[in-house]
Design a protein around this ligand. Sequence first.
Ligand SMILES: [Zn+2]
Length: 557
Amino acid sequence: MAVISAPQRAHKGLVYVLPPKTWDTPQAMPCLLRSDEACIISPMLTAKRHLPKHLLLSVLVAVLILSTGCPALPTLVPPKPAPTPTATPAPRPDWQEANTYRVAMLTTAADDVTRIESPTFYYIRARVDFSGETPRVYVTQDTHFTNRADVPLDAIYFRLFPNKPSYGSALTFSEVTVGGHEAELDYQADKTAVGVALPRPLPPGQPIDVHMEYTVTVPLENVHGYGTFNYQDGILLLSNFYAMVAVYDSTGWNLSLAPDYGDPVYAETSFFTMELTVPQGMVVVTSGSTTAKRDNEDGTTTWTCLSGPMRDFMAVVSNRFESSSCAVGYIRLNSYYLPEHKQAGEEILNYARDGLRAYQQSFGPYPFAEFDVVEAPIYAGGMEYPGLIMVAEQHYARSGEYFEFVAAHEVAHQWWYSLVGNDQVNVPWLDESLANFSTVYYYEHTYNRGRADMVFQNYVERRYQQAKDEGHDGVVNQPVDAFSPEDYGAIVYGKGAVFFYKLRGELGDAIFLDVLRTYFQDRKYKLASPDDFLRVAEQVSGQELDDWYTKWILSAN
Ligand SMILES: [Zn+2]
């Protein structure tokens, strides 16, 4: 979920006092590497931009210097740049086979792809057309769905987020078929969901394929909500642009919507094959890994991107991005930014690198081969997706301490939301409070305990304390729409995070970390509820925590 943007914080009148950084020269940072890491600075790759020769020479020299400064380079799996375009048509991928997606995993985690219970497989072919007034995306989507419920299903429901008013868009079907026959459609929740009727009830454990063709328009300079579905400053953000299978659980199909200020997605872990066709020269950044790139005769390029086991698939397209990359262990970490924000783009590469290190050591390994950090014209401070985070342009322009905090928060979402999923609409605190608290581990690992406590106090605890002083204490465990936008920040990002901070103090560092690691292992690739967390915390600590939980999460003073 997003971090509330700086202007809203300023409105709250908070003052953030932090000591100066112990290092302030991001250009010098990329080579402070552990022996198993390497760095690859790769200034600009868009076709429309060519480096002057003297710059090119400097870059080559820099790369040489950096390479010689990283003696363990030969022990690495070579980082994978986007493939060179080929003219040969790519073979149709074996998109319904889990092993196909090993390519997006680290070798050590590749077997995870076979451990997802009856996942949904998506094969999405999308062509982006920039020739009209606003970008249009023409999509052909095949979905291989298996009934994981213990009752037969008459229909499969898909979420259509572009139809949500804050997306400022429309998703219009031209064809929906099941088994080659046109399907009856049942629109729900203001057309943000659609039920596709099945020809006969689908028994538990049985799969079925749904074929869809549709068009999505993308608004220009969308200022509604967080602006995550948007084309602005030459950056196209395609958040949740496809038809996403809704979660079916004991309550039925989950179609509830967050207001504009909450995160919208509640989804099961799935596999995605996406072939995205864009004008040549544009850079495509997605969740997962790019496995092929093919130039077409009409001046377009088709990028083939595969996910690991992920609950959403994000795509960003731009002809303006520059990039810097770095290896964190065997993970390829990329930062994409506008040319005018190169310094901030390299700074955030360091923050993300330190975040991956801190959280892997604290909670457990990040399993995917790639992780992308993307500058984006959004109105939240940042937004998380599996394998990809966006951070707001305004923070790149301003840089500073809050920029680092936002990055640390969004990276933590790879553990809380992406790998361990939850209902972000009805139980938003489970990932948000935990991601905000997790920044403590980032600052402890990267700096020291004193700095971690200071940042937590300034950016998290004070926010709650102020709301409480103003008579706005609230119950943490509520849906997004139960909060005003201001209270949502104070209670979910503030009070919920303070709960975890206090619980850590109560249980002690070692036991509390054991709780988080066990919770992560237990719920990885699955959905979690507050009860799952409480159960694990009580089992691991051997303590009865109901009173704690009631005091902090279920009560307001
Ligand atoms: Zn968040």
